[in-house]
Design a protein. Sequence first.
Length: 223
Amino acid sequence: MLEKITFNSINKAKMLEYRIREGIRAEQATPAFILVHGYGSHADDLFSFAPHLPETHTVISIQAPISLDFGGYAWYPISFETEGKLKTEVSDAWKAVDLITKTIDTLIEKHTLNPKDISYLGFSQGAILGWAFAFTYPNKVRRLIVLSGFIHESVSVTSTTPFQVFASHGTNDPVISIDLPRTSILPLQKANPSITYNEYPEGHTLSQQNFMDMLEWISKTNL
């Protein structure tokens, strides 16, 4: 069953649903993974990662608020232009960043999470929002795991990243072209040893090798 979280945002009640696996508490506050799914997906999708993530960490997969007609959920609307290109309103995406930020703050308090050891893991739309969240609130995240996403031009990127990053993308991705991470992430990665960026011969998905490399990186960067 999905848990629910309620808080007030601009005098309007917001409620998100989420899945949670509590971490083993060696201390009162546990480190945590916050999982943020992509467009058309749902909280159960990335929550399937939970059995593979460290038992010491609480794992929370949050579900986007926009229900789509064809099934699944979205963090902000996407439409297709006549030439087949994706179109979004940047302001809608930044509202989603604000919603995710408030959600994480509320979850930290509700589930006694360690605010100094939060790992954000996002796929596709969730990855795009992850970059925006991390650069806007660098003190709120220790590790950023971004799969099949890129850094949008509206994000104010700093020359150094105080958080650690694992980013990956499929060279055959038909949804988000490989050109986007190559032009937005690669220049940053070359100047920051804290950023790991890998490419895989796959589409808009997560191959077994990609998944195993991600888990190895998580193990190496655990506190």
